[in-house]
Design a protein around this ligand. Structure first.
Ligand code: NAD
Length: 335
């Protein structure tokens, strides 16, 4: 029996969460959900979008599933998602992008994983004006954060049967900061002789991902490059509707769809639950429930390929809950 923190989220969050819970239930994996509220809902109830209860629950349960959160405007919070990552030191952002046959995209065989450093680089918040006509944002790269993210990428590659890790950087220009990241990546790579290692300069990597994505496998990089290239990879498989993400630290891991809360569709039983369902797949693998994760992924791929019981963005006419119910039936029938 597992206990998992559940944050249904704002906007379409409750719709896609309910759908996802039905699909998980169909696998027979027993989970007790410790539900807490964050985002807009929490602001109304607790006066803050990130109540202490949320952090406490995640610290206690170590694993969380989260719907998208609307960042309340004017609350003084830059982003609840960033705050959560910082509070829980979720230093690794994991973004797999895999082709689902049946989803329209320019490529048909993409299987890429971006591992993005989540805590430093240009996102450390060290910024100031220099007089009135110039501004400085400081890029921070440390040995500690670089070592742990590269190690995370290699461990992920080893544990998931992946063959190669590519470190992405701009060390030709940023000789000290990205130079340090690259040196550390090489040091860590030497400890994993069974996994191939190479490095690429980020601009060249962007071009190669568009021209020859099949050459790449797991990629690890500092925060800003990861932010950009993970969305590029989502674009290669047909956009945000099917792409999950995870934020993982040594003490907790939080799984979520990559897309936002799409407020205009809230409560309309309209949107595609696939990204949240795939977030649950990543979560189940993290919890060593690999068989259940594989069954969900296979059933979802089958449903999308057949083109039946799909939401409007996938070319169908099913609602969110109808798509999930069909998927749950498919999972049970495969037993
Ligand atoms: P969004 O992802 O909510 O919407 C972008 C577009 O994609 C919209 O047209 C939307 O209708 C569509 N879309 C999104 N999810 C879909 C789904 N599952 N099925 C079908 N169509 C879908 O991005 P946005 O409009 O820029 O942001 C809305 C809110 O979400 C903002 O408050 C933003 O801060 C927040 N947000 C949260 C997260 C998160 O919690 N991880 C991530 C991104 C944005």
């Amino acid at each position: 029996m597992h206990t998992v923190t559940l944050i249904k989220g704002d906007g379409i969050g409750p719709d896609i969460t309910e759908a996802t819970l039905k699909v998980i239930e169909a696998t027979g994996v027993k989970i007790t959900w410790d539900e807490v509220t964050a985002g807009e809902g929490a602001l109304e109830e607790y006066g803050t979008p990130l109540p202490e209860k949320v952090i406490e629950s995640l610290n206690k349960n170590k694993v969380g599933l989260k719907g998208p959160l609307t960042t309340p405007i004017g609350s003084g919070f830059r982003s609840i998602n960033v705050a959560l990552r910082m509070e829980l030191d979720l230093y690794a952002n994991l973004r797999p992008s895999k082709t689902f046959p049946g989803i329209k995209s320019r490529y048909d065989n993409i299987d890429l994983v971006v591992v993005r450093e989540n805590t430093e680089d240009l996102y450390s918040g060290v910024e100031h004006m220099v007089g009135t006509d110039a501004a400085e944002s400081i890029k921070i790269i440390t040995r500690k954060a670089s070592e742990r993210i590269v190690r995370f990428a290699f461990d992920y590659a080893r544990d998931n049967g992946r063959k190669k890790v590519t470190a992405v950087h701009k060390a030709n220009i940023l000789k000290l900061s990205d130079g340090l990241f690259l040196d550390i990546a090489r040091e860590v790579a030497a400890k994993y002789p069974q996994i191939e290692f190479e490095d690429r300069i980020v601009d060249n990597m962007a071009m190669q991902l568009v021209q020859k994505p099949e050459l790449y496998d797991v990629m690890v990089m500092p925060n800003l490059y990861g932010d950009i290239l993970s969305d590029l990879c989502a674009g290669l498989v047909g956009g945000l509707g099917v792409v999950p993400g995870a934020n993982i630290g040594d003490n907790a891991a939080l799984f979520e769809p990559v897309h936002g809360s799409a407020p205009k569709y809230a409560g309309k039983n309209y949107v595609n639950p696939s990204a949240m369902i795939m977030a649950a797949v990543l979560m189940l693998r993290h919890m060593e429930e690999r068989e259940a994760a594989d069954r969900i992924e296979k059933a979802l791929a089958g449903q999308i390929k057949e083109g039946k019981d799909l939401t409007a963005d996938l070319g169908g006419s099913a609602g969110t809950s109808e798509m999930a119910a069909a998927l749950a039936r498919r999972i049970k029938q495969a037993d």
